[in-house]
Design a protein around this ligand. Structure first.
Ligand SMILES: [Zn+2]
Length: 285
């Protein structure tokens, strides 16, 4: 959390308000949440917003890129307009009224246009400046697998990986950002439900045809996640500070003990790859 659909929703929201805006000042309230020299970004204009997997990228006119890793509880919320903000509210208050608050780690000011707040309760998320030319050597960026909609992510490719790592569970393979970028705990559980495959199944024992279904359903579930503005079950909100509604659409994630929406069997929760994992014992084999 947040995964590809949540980060894509933030990206689309910020794209509307930030392209063409000039970054006038960076206020770093928590050192571990900002990596780089602010002067490489200050005074630069935002040329475009990009995304790879769960990582957001602001392309700056200075030749640098600002990468946004939301990790567990990160938020990027834009508030339009200038002027001193009172802030100091409680993080659970109406987000706009209370910003900045005790979870605000970095403040990016865009002159009269507005302010972007990077909030993160648990401080695992961060903003990082990387030279745009050096992006492909960034330790995180360069290891990412294909985007889910890339042709490179296909049944044959997934089959090859599953054969090489035949003893791994299918869930751990799909969670691996080097295999495919952007899937996480929620969307892997949903993908495997739609594919009729139990999360604990050994990768080497799944047919190429079934893996083709995994590829198709992962795209489908991510597209629905974007359409519903992401899953808000904990801290995730979009660039306007508003919650998504994809949680109402989920088949298995966080539905332990509730009836399967297809067959009414109670949904089971187990641990796979160290993560709380949900599946239907009837629909998934
Ligand atoms: Zn079922």
């Amino acid at each position: 959390m947040p995964e590809l659909p949540e980060v894509e929703t933030v990206r689309r929201g910020l794209e509307k308000v930030l392209v063409g805006a000039t970054l006038s000042h960076i206020d770093i309230l928590e050192d571990r949440c900002f990596d780089g020299e602010p002067e490489y970004a200050t005074g630069a204009t935002i040329e475009s917003l990009d995304r790879r997997g769960k990582c957001l990228r602001l392309v700056l006119s200075s030749g640098w890129s600002m990468l946004g890793h939301l990790r567990m509880t990160g938020q990027m919320i834009f508030v339009a307009g200038s002027g001193e903000r009172e802030g100091g509210g409680h993080p659970d208050d109406s987000l706009h009224a209370s910003l900045p608050h005790s979870h605000t780690r970095v403040i990016l000011e865009f002159g009269d246009q507005g302010t972007l707040y990077f909030n993160d309760q648990r401080k695992f998320g961060y903003l990082k400046l990387v030279r745009s030319d050096d992006l492909n050597s960034d330790s995180f960026w360069r290891t990412l697998g294909p985007e889910p909609w890339d042709e490179a992510f296909n049944a044959q490719m997934l089959r090859d990986i599953c054969q090489r790592r035949s003893g791994s569970t299918i869930k751990s393979i799909l969670l691996d950002q080097k295999v495919v970028a952007g899937l996480g705990n929620i969307y892997v559980d949903e993908t495997l439900f739609l594919s009729g495959i139990r999360p604990k199944r050994k990768a080497g024992r799944i047919s190429k045809k079934a893996l083709g279904r995994v590829v198709e359903h992962s795209r489908e579930v991510l597209e629905r996640g974007i359409a519903f503005g992401g899953v808000s079950v904990s801290d995730y909100v979009n660039a306007e500070g508003l919650r998504g509604t994809m949680q109402q659409q989920l088949y298995v994630y966080q539905r332990e003990g509730m009836p399967c929406k297809v067959c009414e069997t109670p949904i089971v929760k187990i641990v796979v790859a160290g993560r709380g994992t949900h599946y239907c014992p009837t629909c998934q084999k």
